[in-house]
Design a protein around this ligand. Structure first.
Ligand code: DNO
Length: 355
């Protein structure tokens, strides 16, 4: 079990607290200050490792090494950014990183309509209202996120990504879905041989939400498209992050069945597990991890991982803000720690039921 931690200066949760969560063996982290497209210097990654290891925690998963927009757009300059990506992979392999979670969402990463919606029990959480997202200008949404993020830079909404947001969104007008898939394949065929060489499993994150927003192509959205993605490059090093909250927000995605299919093939390298509660067809809010709190059956989800012999990394995903905690939306300490404990409990029970 691992825990997402945004590294010194970007996270107010001390590593010493993370170590005290029962069963926590490592953190999933990143170097947020390095602009996308630049190589992560070896000295920086070594220092990061030392800092984490001091607390008896491992650093085997990186989330994320982001992909430069020129690669996603298939521009002529993409080769130089792919080379930088490979150089970063090499440096990460030298400190023992075993998996990289990344995404191929154009321009923006995940989207929510509210980062601090108050729930009846007094907690605050992130929520998604489809009409709101369909009618808001992305620049206004970015501004709203800036005001609601308690001073933290949100992953996927980094300032360097937002500077040219509108111009970049425009560039996608000339890219159809077929071209976009070709650009994904070009990236995979370039980096996967190095993933094999460096023994780093590449784990793409599904699009969140799993449908197009702001007129941009989004393709990592369903079982069929994940099959297509995995077939673009059939190396086992080309795999996915199975994020239940992202994929599951499309009600047509049957999570236990999707997990069983891809975990049995050894293509799920990382699991983000959380629950959400639907309020209508496409509207939802992020609730506590417990099955009873939301719309997913977490027992069936964890069982699907267990039964398929999953041996990748698991982390609890977004939590609510509870007990008056303030911090990075979705990434407070308390509710995620409860989530981790619950997931560990489910895993232990399932394991003991299957001697
Ligand atoms: C949101 C996260 C995403 C995820 C990236 C991976 O909380 O799940 O930002 O880290 O999509 O590249």
């Amino acid at each position: 079990m691992v825990f997402r931690w945004f590294a010194e200066g970007h996270d107010k949760i001390p590593l010493g607290y993370i170590r005290q969560i029962p069963g926590m063996t490592g953190v999933v982290t990143s170097l947020l200050d390095i602009p996308v497209g630049e190589v992560w210097p070896i000295e920086r990654v070594k220092r990061l490792k030392q800092e984490i290891n001091k607390y008896d925690l491992e650093i085997e998963v990186i989330e994320s090494v982001n992909i430069h927009e020129d690669i996603k757009l298939g521009e002529k300059t993409r080769d130089q950014y792919i080379q930088a990506y490979i150089d970063t992979m090499k440096n990460l392999s030298q400190i023992g990183v075993k998996a990289i979670c990344y995404n191929f969402m154009p321009v923006l990463d995940w989207a929510r309509s509210d980062l601090a919606r108050s729930l009846q029990d007094g907690s605050k959480t992130m929520s998604y209202q489809h009409d709101y997202i369909m009618n808001i200008n992305p620049r206004n949404l970015a501004e709203q996120f800036g005001n609601q993020s308690n001073g933290f830079e949100l992953p996927g909404w980094e300032p360097d990504r937002l500077k040219e947001m509108v111009a970049t969104i425009d560039k996608y007008k000339s890219i159809d879905e077929k071209q976009f898939w070709n650009n994904i394949k070009y990236f995979l065929d370039s980096v996967i041989p190095y993933a094999e060489k460096f023994d780093i499993k590449m784990a793409i994150h599904p699009d969140d939400p799993p449908w197009s927003i702001f007129g941009l192509p989004r393709v990592l959205t369903s079982r069929d498209n994940i099959r297509k993605f995995l077939n673009l490059n059939t190396s086992v090093y080309n795999g996915i992050t199975l994020c239940t909250g992202s994929l599951g927000s499309n009600r047509n995605n049957n999570l236990p069945s999707i997990i069983s299919e891809f975990a049995a093939q050894g293509r799920i390298h990382f699991a983000h597990i959380r629950n959400l509660r639907f309020e209508s067809e496409k509207d939802f809010y992020e609730c506590g991890h417990l099955s009873k709190c939301g719309s997913f059956d977490l027992f069936e989800i964890v069982k699907a991982f267990y039964d398929s012999g999953f041996d990748g990394y698991i982390r609890p995903d977004h939590g609510r803000m509870i007990w008056d905690e303030t911090g990075r939306p979705g990434y407070g300490l308390y509710d995620r720690a409860l989530g981790a404990t619950y997931l560990n409990g489910l895993w232990e029970a399932i394991e003991k039921m299957n001697p």
